[in-house]
Every structure is written in structure tokens, then in C-alpha cells.
Design a binder for this molecule. Structure first.
Ligand code: GDP
Length: 688
């Protein structure tokens, strides 16, 4: 029973860099799957997936919405992923819950730097993919060139299954190299018109079909034998083999079309159903029980519940929507579930499946499925829901440290009052967003993944929460860490008269590699401190990490091991141990050679070759470490460099001026490094 249902389920994401046509294609898919009755247009700002107002303004999809549609008896849960690099944590989160993806390329631009980034991420999560080369109607669109780039830049194994009929304005259809038929998309009906291959294209179609078969034979031995023996390769065998090698990540079927002109969308839907995996075809998710044992989330209804919250959104009508993927078991309305991350239990209210423009209330969501819970109180992106009897924690998603921050100044007292709640909502949705109240300046500080990220949040405050704020200039988020291990004692003893306070802790601190965050362990011998006080010590340490000893910047990448301590029957309390933990940490940080770190970005600037020299000298002025120069498409050259984020403010303008407006660049967080002596001085004096 379960298997039948699961076989016909596809959890699929559309992955692409900005502007490749993801929104247009999603929209067309919703149209053809019969859920919308009009074809929305991105240019007019009327699409269904991009439902937040400023996404429409900006034409970028920021939040990944999960939408359910049906094609050929299969349920497709489409997860829209954002293409902007500032929001890659959102892409990562979506990639975790997908079983397969459609990667959209722009047929003119081919494989762009941002496509490389999302492709690498999809590799990281082992997501099987098909490629859709879009915009085949545009002048300069070139399927072969794009395929070559997929092979060379992405190191993938493309299997080209279609070729375009006609070019540019004359682009009218595609030849399906499996059925060897020509498909014309002449109206908006569900079926393309199928004709014989035009005479003048017969030879090239034969040649490309052979190439397709060879490409499959390259990655599958059984198929290679059949191909070499000249056996009759029927459609079924080709499709089956291609499904197998796609699901195993050995090959990437390549399709083409034009989202805007409705060419190739139905074959794309067919391909999603035929070649992309069902939840049964991928490795099951593994979680951990309370005893740290692996809990394999087989996608069966019988197993106990394990579901991951992968997105929270605030809907103007129904309030908080928590999107979940159920990995095993069943979740149904009315049942109590444990939020294993927060250790709170809550009764599930209503469950919905979201379609293009309406919500369908459902009684339950079963293993493999995706849907949303209405008004779940404690829910943040990345948390696990499970049954109370069998607590299980699905792996935590690790999010990168924020690199940039912004001070918020509410305009009026009314704005001030609403700000806290609005920010709490936004933080529930977006774990890459951090809010911090600076006691010294009385400012609310927002920290995130990039300038655009924070800009969007400020705009959402205004539009969705009616909170108006002025902002300071964006500033680099510095951090602090230590460079040598140290053993420290935190001692809080106040026993003069009345109820005293007593807590002593001994903590070993050691530096960790960059990006490791914070690790806490306890190795207490023989109950020197009762178990119930240990979480309080951790809490104290974490709270003291918010401000480092040098410049009051957050402390990262350290391990704290609680090794010893003392307590008093009457005078010890959680509060006392929390304070002792904080005291130990503050003292330890000062004495373990602390340093200040700054975020370094990976920058790629692309410009016509004649400007390469100027691009490099400008980057050098910004303390860049130039890492490579490579030719790009005709006449263009790419310069890759590591540059401290502090040096990158205003780079867009600078690049435009040194390249006569012809340069573009991408930038993403790379790593943290110790700041220069000058910056160190500057930051330290600022707080003194
Ligand atoms: P997204 O940023 O990937 O979601 O891309 P959009 O769907 O917003 O498309 C970006 C722009 O490309 C819009 O102006 C679309 O109208 C246009 N576009 C999308 N698909 C096609 C296509 O197949 N052909 C042409 N010529 N333009 C397209």
C-alpha cells in the first residue's frame, strides 16, 4: 500500500541562478498540471509561487514555497528554491528535503557562476538532477554550448534527450530523441502536436540519438552491451536505464525549451515523473535517538513519526505556516507531537497541502510527503517533530555565521513596540537571521548573510508587519576566538548571612577550526557537580560568548569541557552555576590569547578581457588574494579572489567604473581570518 503511493510521489525542486526562468517555469508547470487557469507572468508580477510582495517587485524568489500538483497520476511536490546567493541557506534547506531537482539554465548565458554554486550544493546533498536549458527562443541560445559547459564546468555526465527545432523567433518545438518524433507547441493545450521529424532534420536527429545512446552506454554496462551488440533498444529499456543512472547520480538527462513561450514544459513534467527518484529511490534520512543511536527513517507509515520543519512562513490570513517533510510515520491533526529540538510537546491543529493558489485541508500527511501545519507555536526552521514515545532528532542543519550587521532605529514608539514580535517571527522563519540588543547603545542589531538579505528583512518589516525603521550603515560582523588551550576556574561563593550562593566549575577551553561553532562537553568525575546543574553551566558559557574580551564581538570556534567543580547542599542553584560558567569563560578568553576575526568573501568578477588588469589592480587595493584568472565565454575573463568583506562595500560601483559598466561579480562567504593589525587597533579602541 505504502509503496504504491510512494512510487508515485516526486519531491522535486527547481534549482537555478536568478533570472534563468525558474519562476516562469514553475508557473507554467502549475498551469499545465491544471491548477491555475491563467498563465501568470513574472514581468507583470502576478505569479503564484512568489507570493511575498517585494519578491514581485524584485522579481526574485526568496522563500521556498512547497506546492503540490499532479501529473500523469503522480503527485509532484514542487519546492521552489531561491537563486540569489545571499540566500543559499534557503537553497540548502530546500535541497535537504528534495529527492530530485530540475536545474534550469539560461540557453544564452549557459552555465553561470551562480549555477556552479547551486550545482555544487546539490552535489553535496547527492540530489539526482535533470537539466532544462531554457530561453531557447532567444538570439544566441545554444544547446550544444550549454551542454559542453555542463560537462566541463560542472563535471557532470549530460545525456541530451531533445534537440530544438528552429532558432530564435523560429524556435517552434523539439525533437524527442527517444520516440524520434517532433513535438510542436502550438497552443496551450495539455498535449503538444506530434508530427514526423522534418525531412531536413532527419540526419541530425539520427546522429544525436546515437550520441544519446552512447552517453547512456558510457555509464551503464548492461546497456553498453546491448548497444554494442546492436540489439534493438526499445523505448522501455532506454527509459528504465536512464531512470536508474539518473537516480544513482551517474548521469543528467538534458531537456530544452522556452518557459516563456510554453515550449517543452509537458515533456519536462514527463521527465520529472520518469527519471527523478521517488522517496523509495533515495537513501533514507537518518536521525538520532536520545541515546545517540541511529534511527533510520524508512519511509513507511508504520514506523514512528520523524518530520523536519524546513520552512516557516507567515501568511496574512492563516498566520504561521510550518512546512514539513515527513520522513517516516504519519502526522495527523489532533495528535500530540514532540518538538525534539526544543523538547516541547504540542497538539497538531490543522494540516494543509498548498496548491498553486489555494490550501487543501488534509487529515494526515504520511511518510515521504510534504505539507504544512497551521499555527504550530514552537516551531523554527530546521527543527524535528516526532512522537513522544520515540524521540528522534534529525540532523541539524548547520547555517553559516552571519557576516554583516545593521542597527535598526524604530521611527516611532509604536514601531518600537511592534519590532520585537515582528523580528521573532522573522527569526523563526529564517535561521540565518540573528537579532541582538546592544545594551550599551540601546540599539537593536540585525545580523545576516549579506546586504541584500538584511535589506529584504527591513522591507518585510515595513510591508508585512507595518514596522518602520531607519537603518545605520551596514557593518562587518567581526568575531573573536582563542588561540591556545587553557584550564580555568569559575568560582562563585557568597555565604555571608542568609541564603548564600555556591558554585565552582573547572573548565578546559580549546580553540577549534574555523566554522566549527561551539562545542560543550562534560567529563565530570564522580558527581563533583550534580547532573541537574550541568546545563546551567553550558547556558552561562553560551551567554558569556556573546561578547568577547577584545572588542565585544561574539566568540566562535571554541570547545569547552566541564572537568570538575564543587557544590553545596543548600547554597548551590542553577543560577549560581550559570554565573560560575560565565565567569570561567570570561576569565579563560582573556588569558588564551584571543584574536579578532573577519569574514573573507569569495569574489568572482567577470569582465571583458581588456579590463582584467584594471579589475585586478582594484582588487589588490582591497587587500585581495587573487586566486585565479580564467577565460569565460567569448572575450570575457573571470578573476577569482578572496577579499575581506570590509573591503567590498561599494564594489559594484567601483567595478562598473573600471570596466565601463561591463563587469559583473558574485560574492559569497568563504572563511574567517585574523584581522590586520590596523583593524585590530581600530576595533579595540572603539570599545575602550
Ligand atoms: P527566475 O529569476 O529564475 O525566477 O526567472 P524568471 O522566471 O523571473 O525569468 C527571468 C526573466 O526571463 C523574465 O523577464 C522572464 O520573462 C524571462 N524568461 C523566462 N523564461 C524565458 C524564455 O524561455 N524565453 C525568454 N525569451 N525569456 C524568458
Amino acid at each position: 500500500m505504502t509503496n504504491g503511493r510512494l512510487k508515485q510521489l516526486r519531491n522535486t525542486g527547481i534549482i537555478a541562478h536568478i533570472d534563468a526562468g525558474k519562476t516562469t517555469i514553475t508557473e507554467r508547470i502549475l498551469f499545465y498540471t491544471g491548477l491555475t487557469h491563467r498563465v501568470g507572468s513574472v514581468d507583470e508580477g502576478s505569479t503564484v509561487t512568489d507570493f511575498m510582495p517585494q519578491e514581485r517587485d524584485r522579481g526574485i524568489t526568496i522563500q521556498s514555497a512547497a506546492i503540490t500538483c499532479t501529473w500523469q497520476g503522480h503527485q509532484i511536490n514542487l519546492i521552489d528554491t531561491p537563486g540569489h546567493i545571499d540566500f543559499t541557506a534557503e537553497v540548502q534547506r530546500a535541497l535537504r528535503v528534495l529527492d530530485g531537482g530540475v536545474v534550469v539554465f539560461d540557453g544564452v548565458a549557459g552555465v553561470e557562476p551562480q549555477s556552479e554554486t547551486v550545482w555544487r550544493q546539490a552535489n553535496g546533498y547527492n540530489v539526482p538532477r535533470i537539466a532544462f536549458v531554457n530561453k531557447m527562443d532567444r538570439p544566441g541560445a545554444d544547446l550544444e554550448r550549454t551542454v559542453k559547459m555542463i560537462r566541463e564546468r560542472l563535471k557532470a555526465h549530460p545525456v541530451v534527450m531533445q534537440i530544438p527545432i528552429g532558432r530564435e523567433d523560429d524556435f517552434r518545438g523539439i525533437i524527442d530523441l527517444i520516440t524520434m518524433k517532433a513535438l510542436f507547441f502550438e497552443d496551450e493545450s495539455l498535449e503538444p502536436t506530434i508530427r514526423d521529424i522534418p525531412k531536413e532534420m532527419e540526419d541530425v536527429a539520427e546522429e544525436k540519438r546515437d550520441k544519446m545512446l552512447e552517453a547512456i552506454a558510457d555509464v551503464d554496462d548492461d546497456f553498453a552491451w546491448a548497444y554494442l551488440e546492436d540489439e534493438e533498444l526499445d523505448r522501455e529499456m532506454i527509459v528504465e536505464t536512464l531512470r536508474k543512472v539518473t537516480c544513482d547520480n551517474r548521469a543528467v538527462p538534458v531537456l530544452c525549451g522556452s518557459g516563456l513561450h510554453n515550449v517543452g514544459i509537458q515533456p519536462l513534467l514527463d521527465a520529472i515523473v520518469r527519471y527523478l527518484p521517488s522517496p523509495l529511490d533515495v537513501e533514507p534520512m537518518v536521525g538520532y535517538t536520545e541515546d545517540d543511536e541511529a534511527f533510520v527513517c524508512d519511509p513507511t507509515d508504520e514506523k514512528s513519526l520523524a518530520a523536519l520543519i524546513f520552512k516557516i512562513s507567515t501568511d496574512p490570513y492563516v498566520g504561521k505556516l510550518s512546512f514539513i517533510r515527513v520522513y517516516s510515520g504519519t502526522i495527523h491533526s489532533g495528535m500530540p507531537v514532540l518538538n525534539a529540538t526544543e523538547r516541547t510537546t504540542e497538539r497538531i491543529g490543522r494540516l494543509v497541502r498548498v496548491h498553486a493558489d489555494q490550501r487543501e485541508e488534509v487529515k494526515e500527511l504520511k511518510a515521504g510527503d510534504i505539507g504544512a501545519i497551521l499555527s504550530l507555536k514552537s516551531a523554527r526552521t530546521g527543527q524535528t517533530l516526532c512522537s513522544e514515545e520515540q524521540p528522534v532528532l534529525l540532523e541539524q542543519i548547520t547555517f553559516p555565521t552571519p557576516v554583516i550587521k545593521l542597527a535598526l532605529h524604530p521611527r516611532t514608539t509604536a514601531d518600537q513596540e511592534k519590532l520585537g514580535k515582528a523580528l521573532r517571527n522573522l527569526c523563526d522563519e529564517d535561521p540565518t537571521l540573528y537579532v541582538h540588543y546592544d545594551e550599551d547603545t540601546g540599539e537593536t542589531i540585525l545580523a545576516g548573510m549579506g546586504e541584500l538579505h538584511l535589506e529584504v528583512i527591513v522591507e518585510r518589516l515595513k510591508r508585512e508587519f507595518n514596522v518602520h525603521v531607519e537603518t545605520g550603515a551596514p557593518k562587518v560582523a567581526y568575531t573573536e576566538t582563542i588561540t591556545r588551550p587553557i584550564r580555568v576556574e569559575g568560582r562563585l561563593i557568597k555565604q555571608s548571612g542568609g541564603h548564600g550562593q555556591y558554585a565552582v566549575v573547572v573548565v578546559d577551553l580549546e580553540p577549534l577550526e574555523t566554522g566549527s561553532g561551539f562545542v560543550f562537553e562534560e567529563e565530570i568525575r564522580g558527581g563533583a557537580i550534580p547532573k541537574e546543574y550541568i546545563p546551567a553551566v553550558e547556558k552561562g558559557i553560551i551567554s558569556a560568548m556573546q561578547e568577547g574580551p577584545l572588542a565585544k564581538q561574539p566568540v566562535v570556534d571554541i570547545k569547552a569541557t566541564l572537568v570538575d567543580g564543587k557544590y553545596h547542599e543548600v547554597d548551590s542553584s542553577e543560577q549560581a552555576f550559570e554565573t560560575a560558567g560565565a565567569m570561567a569563560l570570561r576569565d579563560g578568553l582573556k588569558r588564551a590569547n584571543p584574536i579578532l576575526l573577519e569574514p573573507v568573501m569569495e569574489v568572482e568578477a567577470i569582465a571583458p578581457q581588456e579590463y582584467t588588469g584594471d579589475v585586478i589592480s582594484d582588487l589588490s587595493r582591497r587587500a585581495a588574494d587573487v586566486r585565479g584568472i580564467e577565460p569565460r565565454s567569448t572575450g570575457m575573463q573571470s578573476v577569482k579572489a578572496h577579499v575581506p568583506l570590509a573591503q567590498m562595500f561599494g564594489y559594484a560601483t567601483a567595478l562598473r567604473s573600471v570596466t565601463q559598466g561591463r563587469g559583473t561579480f558574485t560574492m559569497q562567504f568563504s572563511h574567517y581570518q585574523q584581522v590586520s593589525e590596523d583593524t585590530h587597533e581600530e576595533l579595540v579602541t572603539q570599545v575602550a
